[in-house]
Ligand binder design. Structure first.
Ligand code: GZL
Length: 315
């Protein structure tokens, strides 16, 4: 049945012609610099390919995303892009899109729904990102004891779940490294700063904290401000490793105030639109996961140059 529905959607799209495609994009919000860059690049990709993009900013609320998807279905768009704020609660609305024969492509986060409810998911290996961060810290501290605090991403989101797991995998077997505090900063600079302030207060003003692991650079940047206001030197007194590779983390690295980041490409729309075009053309069904690359950057990797290369990309 699924193949008949999808084939029908492909034929319908063929009759429309690729240049007239309308794509609905349910974006989480603008909680981080990385998210802003993803939105910028998605808009650019849609324009370059001649699509009409119906954009919805959910302000990080799932109910707004569900309403947006229902609106896209009612409009009869040719495809839906969804960056799902959390991993659960999508079955019903994805089933509605499927019954309307509208292909859905997930961007940068995963859902726990059955994969026959979406065409494909474009994203990084989130567990691997966390593991790279954990392994970097393990290599950095050697046999020295290290008490780590963790700023987690949005509660219930696949990056928060998987990056937490990956980091723990990365430090597995290292009895000298201990995660002593862990709390969500919701991927934002503001909460990253305020939660780090509470960690510092709870940990003797920070002198007992060896390192911060933040699930994204924006929370790390907020935490850096808190560490400085506490009279400590971020990047030296407290090592800092995070994920995204946004321009501002490279500025912090160049100033010696951050130590490592794992890159997450903001260009998820390119692979998503490529998969949709193949599907619209002749019903080609992509693999269910299209993985983007992750790369570790440290202070040894020309942070000033990396800042210059990224500063105008829409972060
Ligand atoms: C991860 C992505 C995360 C980014 C954050 O794939 O969903 O969401 O790491 C953003 O910056 O808030």
């Amino acid at each position: 049945m699924t193949r008949i529905l999808l084939a029908g959607a492909a034929l319908l799209a063929l009759s429309v012609g690729a240049s007239a495609q309308t794509v609905g994009f349910s974006q989480i919000g603008s909680e981080s610099g990385w998210r802003a860059a993803e939105t910028t690049l998605t808009r650019q990709q849609a324009e370059e390919r001649g699509y009409t993009l119906q954009f919805s900013d959910a302000q990080q609320r799932q109910e707004n995303q569900i309403a947006a998807i229902r609106s896209f279905v009612a409009q009869g768009v040719d495809a839906i892009l969804l960056a799902p704020v959390v991993a659960t609660g999508w079955d019903a609305v994805l089933q509605e899109a499927k019954e309307a024969e509208i292909p859905v492509v997930l961007l940068d986060r995963q859902v726990d729904s059955s994969d026959d409810l979406y065409l494909t998911a474009v994203g990084s290996d989130l567990v691997h990102e966390g593991k790279v961060a954990g392994e970097w810290l393990a290599s950095e501290v050697g046999d020295n004891n290290c008490r780590v605090v963790e700023l987690q991403g949005t509660t219930g989101s696949s990056p928060a779940i998987d990056r937490a797991k990956g980091f723990r995998d990365g430090i597995a077997g290292k009895a000298n490294i201990e995660i002593v505090r862990s709390q969500t900063g919701d991927f934002t600079r503001t909460l990253g700063k305020s939660v780090m302030e509470s960690f510092l207060q709870a940990e003797s003003g920070g002198k007992d904290i060896c390192a911060l692991y933040a699930h994204n650079d924006d929370m790390a940047i907020g935490a850096i401000q808190a560490i400085k206001e506490a009279g400590l030197k971020p990047g030296q007194d407290i090592k800092i490793v995070s994920i995204d590779a946004v321009p501002d983390i490279f500025q912090a690295m160049a100033a010696g105030e951050a130590n490592a980041t794992v890159e997450l490409t903001p260009n998820m729309a390119g692979p998503a639109f490529d998969a949709l075009e193949a599907f619209w053309k002749d019903g080609t069904e992509p693999s269910k996961f299209i993985q983007t690359e992750s790369k570790l950057y440290t202070q040894a990797d020309d942070p000033s140059g990396e800042y210059e290369r990224r500063k105008d990309l829409g972060y």
